[in-house]
Design a protein around this ligand. Sequence first.
Ligand code: AMP
Length: 579
Amino acid sequence: MFNLMATPSDRGDNGRQTSSIAVGVTDSATLEFIENVTRDAAILQKELLFAILRRNYATEYLAALGLDGSSDDYELFKRVAPPVTYEDIQPFIKGIANGDKSPILCSKPITRFLTSSGTSGGERKLIPTTEEELDRNRNFLKLATLVMRQVTSDAACLKILNFEGWRRVQVYPWTSPVEAIVCDDVFQSMYCQLLCSLVNRRKVVSVGAPFPSTMLRVIRFLEEKWPQLLRDISEKKLTGSMVTDVAIRDATEAILAASSEEDEEGQAELLAKAYESCQENGGRDLIKRLLPCAKCVEVTVTGTMAQYVPMLQFYAGGLPLVSTIYGSCECFCALNLRPLSSPTAISYTFVPTMAYFEFLPISSEPSPENLVDLLNVEVGKEYELVVTTDKGLYRYRVGDVLRVTGFHNSSPEFQILGRKGALISIDSEKTDEETLLRAVQTAISKELDGTGFRLFDFTSMADLSTVPGHYVLFWELRSLGNTGQSRSSCIPEASVMEECCLEMESSFDMVYRQGRVSEKFIGPLEIRVVSPGTFDALMDCCYAGGTSMGQYKTPRCVNSEALIHLLNSRVSHSFFSPK
Ligand code: AMP
């Protein structure tokens, strides 16, 4: 029988490995495990779907499709189960969230809801989960950390600094006390994590955050709090009033005290010198200079995150940017088995024990007969990912678009292209996330590069208060090589900004350009330049609304009134497409 939660030593009936990874497993066992599951992908996938259906056939959802626990269930499911979106299953989820304990989607008790950041829709989704699924996720993260050892080496004294707020898999020890990692107050958490890593800086082997927005926010926060951090490092205690949580204070002060015993000579002075020399170049190389033993920056730089690569490289000082996993609240899916690939060459490999994976070819109708199995995807083609999980998601459309780049054994490797569906729209034209991102990148490379400015972050909205409506891009710009204080005052010449508007419009599709030029249902695109710190404030506003530090990704389109108000209140200049 297929064991959904087997350990590395467990073998299937025929000696096949069917497992996730366990504590203490060696690197070679990890790599062997990956080899085995990717080689046996077809049979593991089939067994996994059998097991999921056998366990859950009596749920309200599957019973309504006609499943009855018989041997025909597998074929029946494949024939009739429709690919669904979150909105389709929301009524079931609401029932569970409202306390209905009957088996609605899953036969096992739902022990908690994960909140997805709802990357493109703006709204956060509630994804039910079980204890068993959480264990599976922990094991997957452990697997990812073990794969990362190819980069970070195996030295026992090394530690990692990762601003996540949720991953508690300790393959390497953390620099941060657990009290700081799980603290609900993002700022107290960030402060103490920075402090603990700086006093242990010669042991930090890897620094990271799941997504670039958080990594960059941490760097900004470090710059803001630098004098206070330095004071605390020098005095070996928390001297300010910022950290009020007693547990996190005690844990941090214990680390500060312990670090003094093995303190390098004049640590605070050395740090101050390193920091000052970076600031002379606007913060260039800051990570490498402050954490000199770090071997990489672990952060996602694929898909729509690719735009942050130049900025991250600016601070990383030559350290490789390493993206390890592809996953979501719905399920963890795939690993990057070549962590040192350059950002544009990164492919992820599906781990076939994580979920039952199917693929909807782009521009096909979402119907059962159009779904393609893991084994039958074609290299070079683009698909939307559809998952079936043990926690009650059946043919659930995750919303990400992937391009297959090859196979590792029998398991597909892929690149992430972005989210499916319209992001911003005025009329009949629909611009998706990938197109918007490409347009911004083209404008930057053609018009902004070489002007001494870089785009720090951006978002967009459809402004329907004008007639005709028009696209608005909020841009936060930074001046390269500036030391900080004059960052707000200068922006590129108006003609450069207008060309950026035009360049973006030229990158949009035919429907947009017709709507803009001949049919005139779209007005000229506008860039509103916002003051420095605006995107930090946007992130803080989302944190206040409950988004976790580990999950935050800058929304590429805003529709909440509060966020739009915040952005508009910080606009310093506005430019329109000239033609
Ligand atoms: P959440 O459910 O809030 O954790 O967000 C998950 C989403 O983040 C995924 O559906 C993707 O759109 C995005 N994501 C996750 N991993 C990656 C990755 N490695 N590269 C690019 N985007 C990713």
